[in-house]
Design a protein around this ligand. Sequence first.
Ligand SMILES: C[C@H](O)[C@H](O)[C@H]1CNC2=NC(N)=NC(=O)C2=N1
Length: 108
Amino acid sequence: MADHETSPSQAAEPMTLEACMKEAEALPEWQIIDRDGIMKLTRRFTFSDFAQALAFTQRVGDLAEQANHHPKITTQWGEARVTWWSHDKGGLCHDDFTLAARTDEVAK
Ligand SMILES: C[C@H](O)[C@H](O)[C@H]1CNC2=NC(N)=NC(=O)C2=N1
């Protein structure tokens, strides 16, 4: 690979808002938020009780460990909020959208 080329995962910059909104079209239950200038992707999941919310939290944790890319997860009775962003890029990257889609899969 020529020096000037970088693969997407090596992109030094986070995605632009426009690029994020385009990718988010495939994830209609997720919201793009801005927290202190850092764009993040967040969704609230609801469950019948705490045990179900906790089991989901573990499944998300497992996929995060496999990807070495980790979300913020807030777990409470009947609910879990998952928020993805790329810490090292200070914003959203393609991986965050990919993992959000996989989060939806393990919520089923
Ligand atoms: C050392 C470790 O591989 C890095 O800190 C990883 C861990 N998980 C991560 N997760 C997220 N969301 N962003 C990161 O930049 C990140 N970096």
